[in-house]
Design a protein around this ligand. Structure first.
Ligand code: ZN
Ligand code: ZN
Length: 413
């Protein structure tokens, strides 16, 4: 490891602990990470303990072991999840401890595995973990998702060069996107968050009742529930800790009305579902529900996803990202939602975030659904934005007003 890289890694850990998580010294830190993430995990632990944190707990995940299980285990046993894993999340969640997830999956991990089997596995895991989702959904915990440049992922993003070189390029991209290379990352993040907050203020001030998307392959009208809240950059826990859940982040997002989507929308980037690619797909919506799906590649995988539960074919997130976003300007795919979603306007199938609705966190599931929020075992982002996309805001009286033109904000913010 070169000195320069070591310094960058330390700065990255500092940004994760102090800006992403905004970790407090009374909190324990619950990390989930892969074996190749170990250098970053160690740096994060150093920062956390120096801050006064009493305990850093790491759950190591080796994704090759998941593949080994798919290839060798009795298919009926794939839904087995030990209770202590769930209890672990409850313990940290109930205490309001901090949660860091390092997610750098091999985009091809489950290539060739039967989609039905993956679907069943995904559903079983989600069902087991569902009771723990409330801690994130209701902002009981400050949490953050980040990535490291693992060899398998780097090889996919930068094919055709030696893997060490690919990793170096991917690390560079991660550090850039997370403002590690800036002289004063804290100030850079503050300025960036201010910019995203201005975009939210503008959209929240407009109180649009819907949005209309127009692009090649796309003509979709979405409703927005009354009392929706646009959020960007940071969230705040119920105990008052302001944190940035995703590093990097370039989006402002909200919840669409689960029953109000009409028309069709086409993907602008491939979607990776458990290590399988779904590409060039179009979803048609009627009364908020996907009524038709076509895809050039991986149609079976997206169909399985939509069948996860009864609400998996309704939308749970609408996010705006200008085409000039620095991640979009890199002009290559990352095959990782954390990065790709910050390059493009996107939507998500499945669950909506409670905090995108005034009073949402206090609502029962039934109340949230009645208010237009969606509730599902899945939340899967897919990219739809491009420099050919126009988006209008729709007022309650039915009049339209430009929000984005050719992929950029129509107003200066
Ligand atoms: Zn998003
Ligand atoms: Zn999302």
């Amino acid at each position: 490891m070169s000195d320069a890289f070591q310094k960058s890694l330390e700065k990255y850990a500092d940004i994760i602990v102090n800006i992403g998580l905004n970790l407090k010294k009374h909190q324990r830190l619950n990390i989930s990470a892969g074996i190749p993430d170990i250098e970053l995990v160690r740096q994060v632990a150093i920062k956390a303990y120096q801050l006064g944190v009493p305990y850093v707990d790491v759950r190591w995940v080796d994704e090759r072991l998941s593949r080994i299980r798919f290839d060798n285990a009795d298919p009926e046993s794939l839904t087995e999840v030990p209770d202590w894993l769930i209890a672990r999340e409850h313990e940290y969640g109930e205490r309001g401890d901090a949660l860091l997830s390092i997610s750098s999956s091999d985009p091809n991990l489950l290539e060739g595995v039967d989609p039905a089997l993956i679907g069943k596995y995904r559903k079983a895991i989600a069902q087991k973990y569902e009771p723990t989702y409330k801690y994130l959904d209701q902002n009981t915990q400050n949490w953050c998702v980040v990535s490291t440049a693992t060899p398998a992922w780097a090889k996919k993003v930068f094919p055709g060069i030696p893997v060490e070189q690919a990793q170096e390029k991917l690390w560079d991209a991660i550090f850039d996107a997370c403002r590690v290379h800036q002289d004063d990352p804290v100030k850079a993040w503050r300025d960036h968050a201010d910019r995203l907050h201005r975009q939210c203020d503008y959209l929240n001030g407009k109180k649009f009742s819907g949005l209309h998307y127009k692009a090649p392959g796309t003509d979709l009208t979405l409703g927005l529930p009354e009392n929706h809240i646009w959020i960007g950059a940071s969230s705040t826990t119920v105990s008052g800790i302001e944190f940035i859940p995703n590093l990097p982040t370039e989006e402002v997002f909200c919840l669409p009305h689960r029953e109000k989507a009409e028309g069709y929308i086409s993907s602008s980037m491939p979607l990776i579902l458990s290590g399988n690619m779904v590409d060039a797909f179009t979803l048609t919506f009627e009364n908020g529900r996907v009524s038709k799906v076509t895809a050039k590649q991986g149609e079976d995988h997206i169909r399985r996803l939509l069948e996860t539960d009864e609400n998996a074919s309704h939308l749970g997130e609408v996010a705006l990202v200008p085409d000039s976003s620095p991640i979009s300007q890199r002009k290559h795919l990352f095959y990782n939602t954390l990065f790709d979603e910050n390059a493009s306007c996107h939507l998500a199938l499945g669950s909506a975030y409670r905090y995108n609705l005034t009073g949402g966190s206090e609502m029962s599931k039934e109340q949230f659904i009645a208010a237009g929020g969606n509730d599902s075992l899945i939340h899967v982002d897919f990219m739809v934005g491009s420099n050919q996309m126009d988006i209008d805001g729709i007022h309650a009286d039915g009049t339209h007003e430009p929000v984005m033109r050719r992929g950029e904000w129509a107003v200066s913010l």
